[in-house]
Write a protein of this length. Structure first.
Length: 435
């Protein structure tokens, strides 16, 4: 009975992995001594977060963590140190990770193919490697739009703290002195002198009458330097202006203007990707469902190896995403806007829930009755000690189990606020259906 564990969701910058087990046990955590090490710069995972083992002709998962292991998005964590039987299709939630379990019975065809190995390729490919499959015929290209990620360098650090760019291979160009060994070209022949003019046989003509002096022409502005409507540069700028929905004559130097707009495009894509990465980090911190990789229609601003990969995909010269540049930018901006609105609403609700747990009626109920309660100062002192105990308990719980005290309330309020905002804005529902 073979168990396949495949990562469906992980922090940005961490490549998805797959593990296949035919027996025994596997510990999962952030410690280097764990059987399966999951990079966790935020230290949400425990050193040994959970253990997957084969016992009694069935696979089980046992929670050994401080922050809890969840199965199939259940709100209650697994009881610590109590094995729970796994079924094919179950999903394990460990911090920012979501892992799917697939069980193959002996002698039966696997229920689903193992997660494609091309997602974890050779980290040191050759210089001539075709990363994006551009050299292949159209019908031979892989169906997976993220196949180009197979040969990227693995990144096991947080996307918020890593800005690594793998070095580009240097292809040797043709040297400037390549023709030194060739024989010199033959000398140019001297130009043939023109034949001398024959003497005129006609009588000497009369001297021409002097023409009136021509008026001096003043220097005109360099109109000839301006591009005409028919030049390629002017047509390129006109196409850009038409796409932007503006009507303006071409500038004096369209190429320089387009180069400046290209630099602005790079800055825009980089800033928007960083905003999407920060949004994903916040949602992962509070265990809020995130956008998952799909077979087609993935937004390159959300799923790209780096800024250059996102830009080439948006320009239509890189990998195919099934989404136009206009759709990708509109969806990303819509997701960020809804995220900000839901964040504000969720924070307010989470603070209200925390204050409700500290209301005076709860403090009065926690303080045991005393025989000297008829003395006002005695009752006040008893209730003050009860408040000190409650404050100490709440502070310790925030440090040990943040999700129970604050994170769970925030997650529920965020999901509720996001649904309400999406309902008020029908155009945003499609962009946030997967979140």
């Amino acid at each position: 009975m073979t168990l396949t564990l495949a990562i469906l969701r992980c922090p940005d910058g961490v490549p998805p992995e797959t593990r296949r087990l035919s027996g025994g046990s596997l510990s999962i955590g952030r410690s280097p001594t764990a059987g399966w090490v999951l990079p966790d710069p935020d230290r949400v995972l425990s050193k040994q977060h959970c253990v997957v083992s084969f016992e009694g002709n069935a696979w089980h998962v046992t929670d050994t963590s401080a922050n809890g292991t969840f199965v199939n998005h259940e709100l209650v964590r697994l009881p610590p140190d109590e094995p729970r039987q796994l079924r094919s299709g179950d999903r394990l939630l460990l911090g920012s990770y979501e892992i799917e379990a697939a069980i193959e019975q002996p002698g039966a065809a696997p229920s689903r193919a193992a997660v494609e190995d091309r997602l974890v390729g050779d980290p040191f490919p050759s210089i001539d490697a075709d990363y994006l499959g551009i050299a292949l015929p159209l019908n031979d290209r892989p169906a997976d739009p993220l196949a180009g990620f197979a040969r990227t360098t693995p990144d096991h650090v947080s996307a918020l703290a890593q800005n690594f760019r793998p070095p580009r291979p240097v292809v040797e160009v043709l040297p400037a002195d390549w023709d030194l060994d060739l024989p010199p070209p033959p000398p140019l022949a001297a130009p043939t002198p023109e034949p001398a003019a024959l003497p005129p046989e006609l009588p000497t003509p009369e001297p021409p009458k002097p023409e009136p002096p021509k008026p001096e022409l003043r220097a005109q502005p360099a109109i000839q330097s301006l591009p005409t409507a028919g030049t390629p540069e002017a047509r390129a700028f006109a196409a850009f202006a038409a796409g932007a929905g503006i009507e303006t004559p071409p500038p004096a130097d369209p190429l320089e203007t387009l180069a400046s707009l290209g630099a602005a495009f790079r800055a825009f894509v980089g800033g928007l990707r960083q905003a999407m990465i920060a949004r994903a980090a916040v949602k992962g911190e509070f265990r809020i469902d995130q956008t998952m990789i799909q077979a087609v229609g993935n937004n390159p601003l959300k799923f790209s190896a780096d800024d250059e990969d996102a830009m080439t995909a948006l320009l239509g010269v890189g990998r195919r995403t099934g989404m136009t540049a206009e759709q990708a930018v509109a969806e990303a901006m819509r997701d960020i806007r809804l995220h900000e609105l839901a964040m504000a609403a969720a924070m307010q609700q989470a603070v209200r829930d925390l204050l409700a747990s500290l209301e005076p009626s709860r403090i009065e109920g926690r303080a045991p009755a005393d025989a000297l309660d008829f003395l006002p100062w005695r009752r006040a002192a008893r209730q003050w000690r009860a408040y000190q105990d409650l404050h100490h308990t709440t502070t310790r719980a925030l440090a040990d189990d943040f999700d129970t005290v604050f994170g769970l309330s925030f997650m529920r309020a965020y999901e509720r606020a996001l649904s309400e905002v999406s309902a008020d804005r029908p155009d945003a529902a499609a962009g946030e259906r997967d979140r």
